[in-house]
Ligand binder design. Structure first.
Ligand code: BGC
Length: 751
């Protein structure tokens, strides 16, 4: 378990996976034959991608798409929803151009295509890579049936900053969990055969460093040591590269001064060199053009030469290559060989997808009709949404709601009780729905599911929404306050709107937005009425008052189409919560960045207020909820971990075992986590690093021993010379149900 990634990498390295991941044969000679016939203009065309009927970025020129396709100026279309148009475009590309090269259609399939699942960060909170793979399988079924060949996913950016709006697209702060989830996504999308008509190519993004934009501000500067880059940012990218992700996408940001799109160190040295990855690198939206704005290239000619020269291949949306590549070639800034190599990668990709053999294999109207919005997909959406919810607090066992208990009258209140605007319960990245506002008939809101379910159990239920604005006052809260007065238990559905989540949605305050804390205070009579707070969120938020005054807090994230049903499953106890946080929830914004795998500092703080130690004068240095945290309606007791030996040598495996007992009255799932600490190394090492986890389900009273295997590879780290090595000496291994509440045992590595 602990070295799942390592064994996976060994397995995947056993051959040229990129070439194997398709049933199409004889690709290389076909690529060469075609390349030999192409003009320079046609080659540049193949490296150019333009947006279709929706835009996900700054304004770009995309005039007269059909004409551009007909004249060989485009090789790919992104973000196009209209199915009939896709057929027309593909017909023009294959029947009306000189060489008949098919188009490849790319799309952001981020948490489902038509059937919308919980946001990716929520999916990571399930700690179930297999479930994530099943989700992406469905997303691929739908997307491919609608004519998409390629998804711009997974986003495997590690982030420690909740201000950054794109947290929701990743798997949180840990590179180990992030790698496993990333690989699961690639497998789900691509299956075993890229050419199958129900798979889509994956795209690992954003390469690299984007999750570390300064101050969490979108598109901002990223500066970090090579050591941190390799230790924290690159592992998930390497894992998905080795798992055969067909493509990669450059990040928007600069990394240590050089824009990622023209960062030779990242693309050529590491990705193509060290990892021997053979796929296609696409820019982000106009990120080739933006190197000019970064001040790192003079004009389109310079930008084309620098981006292609770094090893990037396809120009998304900006038209920079259209404007500058020919000049760069004529002026000797780019060689014919460099251009050909990039074109080869595009052609190879299209062959692998099977597009040359049948350009219309993803454009079958009957399959489309039979596949989109299949009712059975909702089962997985409901399972995932319920499993992703994280119970942070449950004082007095208020949950699950018990009809035989003291509370009979329930008020379900708040702005997110029954909302039908702003893509609530979803995110900006639900582009497959084809409208800026979601189709409200598809989403089960909390009120729709929870009210009838609670009534059927014998509760009296009132629902009162709140129309929240930036300036909401008591008048806006009127109905909610009234409903609360008449109730003896409140369920408050609060948090972020769907459109608060995703790209270009950074925030400078992570408190419950838009006056909702005031709403909570008034409606709960200052915490004097039993309350369940259901938080809809795309990132860690701070809610100190609620933490201190509200009995039960459930993180529901943005759960997607099955929001109401999944929430009902959890609140009524049909499903016992088992989600665990994939990110630290800070106590206050000033603590950001705060994360579990931190270094010790020379002056670690033991207690708040202790002077001359690493802390704050005005608050704790510890988070509100640590990484890996999540409660259940039952309880689990952990015995101390045991090791099968106290010393291991290179090549040996340490076995760590821990026995966990369900000490409560109902069955429940627990994610047993295993961390290590290198006590003395050549550089300072994190206080804890996740090295394994296993999700188990135990009946009441049941006991299970979980085993983790640790090898030298798990103890290795990247040093300051960009070398990976393990230092002999003492280590600690910790086991527990989250990154804070653990028990430990020591062992040593001998060489
Ligand atoms: C985003 C990418 C996305 C692309 C295409 C960009 O703005 O950063 O993640 O794939 O748009 O929509």
């Amino acid at each position: 378990m602990a070295n799942r990634i390592f064994s996976l990498l060994l397995l995947l390295c056993a051959g040229n996976l990129i070439a194997q991941n398709t049933s199409v044969t004889n690709i290389e000679p076909r690529v060469e034959a075609l390349l030999a016939k192409m003009t320079v203009e046609e080659k540049i065309g193949q490296l150019t991608q333009m947006p279709g009927d929706i835009s996900t970025g700054t304004d770009v020129a995309k005039d007269d798409l059909l004409n551009q396709i007909r004249t060989g100026k485009l090789g790919s279309i992104l973000s196009h929803t209209n199915f009939q148009n896709k057929i027309t475009m593909q017909r023009v590309a294959t029947k009306e151009t000189r060489l008949g090269i098919p188009l490849v259609f790319g799309f952001d399939v981020i948490h489902g295509y038509k059937t919308i699942f919980p946001i990716p960060l929520a999916q990571a909170a399930t700690w179930e890579p297999d479930l994530v793979e099943r989700i992406e399988r469905i997303a691929a079924e739908e997307a491919s049936a609608d004519g998409q060949n390629w998804t711009f996913s997974p986003m495997v950016d590690i982030s420690r900053d909740p201000r950054w709006g794109r947290n929701m697209e990743g798997s949180g702060e840990d590179p180990y969990l992030g790698s496993l989830i990333g690989v699961a996504r690639v497998r789900g999308f691509q299956g075993n055969d890229l050419a199958a008509n129900n798979t889509v190519a994956a795209c690992a993004k954003h390469y690299a460093g984007y999750g570390f934009v300064e101050a969490g501000r979108e598109y901002n500067t990223v500066d970090m040591s090579e050591q941190r880059l390799r230790e924290l940012i690159l592992p998930p990218f390497e894992a998905v590269a080795k798992a055969g992700s067909a493509t990669f996408m450059n990040a928007f940001n600069t990394l240590n001064g050089t824009p990622a799109s023209m960062n030779k160190h990242l693309v050529t040295d590491i990705l193509r060199g060290e990892w021997t990855w053979k796929g296609l690198v696409v820019s982000d939206w106009n990120s080739f053009g933006e190197v000019i704005v970064h001040g790192a290239a003079a004009d389109e000619e310079d930008a084309s030469a620098k981006c292609l020269g770094a090893g990037s291949d396809m120009d998304m949306a900006g038209g920079t290559f259209q404007k500058g590549m020919k000049k760069a070639l004529d002026n000797g800034k780019v060689t014919q060989a460099q251009l050909d190599e990039a074109v080869r990668r595009v052609l190879r990709f299209k062959f692998m997808l099977g597009l040359f053999d049948d350009p219309f294999r993803y454009l079958d109207p009957k399959r489309r009709e039979a596949t989109l919005f299949k009712e059975e997909y909702r089962k997985t959406a409901r399972e995932a949404a319920a499993k992703s919810m994280v119970l942070l607090k449950n004082d007095g066992g208020l949950l699950p709601l018990n009809p035989a208990g003291p509370f009979k009258k329930i008020a379900i209140i708040g702005p997110l009780v029954d909302s039908r605007t702003y893509k609530d319960y979803m995110s900006f990245w639900t582009l497959g729905l084809g409208t800026p506002y979601y189709d409200s008939t598809k989403v089960i809101t909390p009120a729709m599911a929870l009210k009838p379910a609670l009534e059927a159990l014998g509760f009296q239920v009132t629902v009162a929404g709140v129309n929240l604005t930036a300036a909401s006052d008591e008048a806006a809260f009127k109905d909610a306050i009234q409903a609360s007065k008449d109730a003896d238990l409140i369920i408050a559905c609060v948090g972020e709107r769907g459109l608060d989540c995703g790209e270009s949605r950074s925030v400078s305050d992570i408190n419950l937005p838009r006056g909702q804390e005031r709403l909570l205070k008034i409606a709960t009579l200052n915490g004097n009425r039993p309350t369940v707070m259901v938080l809809f969120n795309s990132r860690p938020l701070t809610f100190q008052w609620a933490n201190e005054n509200i009995e039960s807090i459930l993180v529901a994230w943005q759960p997607g189409f099955e929001t109401g049903n999944a929430l009902t499953d959890i609140l009524t106890g049909k499903v016992n919560p088992g989600g665990k946080l994939p990110v630290t929830f800070p106590y206050s914004l000033g603590q950001v960045p705060i994360y579990y795998n931190a270094l010790n500092t020379g002056r670690p703080q033991e207690k708040q207020g202790q002077m001359w130690t690493s802390g704050y004068l005005d608050g704790p240095a510890t988070p509100a909820y640590p990484f890996g945290f999540g409660l259940s309606y039952t309880t689990f007791a952990y015995e101390a971990p045991k090791v099968n030996k106290t010393k291991i040598k290179s090549g040996e495996t340490l076995e760590v075992s821990v026995t966990v007992t369900n000490t409560g009255k109902i069955a429940g799932s627990e994610t047993v986590q295993c961390y290590i600490r290198d006590l003395v190394a050549d550089i300072s090492r994190p206080l804890k690093e996740l090295k394994g986890f296993e999700k188990i389900t135990l009946a009441p009273g049941e006991k299970r021993t979980v085993k983790f295997k640790i090898t030298e590879n798990d103890l290795a780290y990247w040093n300051t010379e960009a070398k990976r090595k393990a230092d002999p000496g003492k280590f600690k291994v910790f086991t527990g149900g989250n990154s804070r509440d653990v028990q430990e045992v020591e062992f040593s590595l001998e060489k």
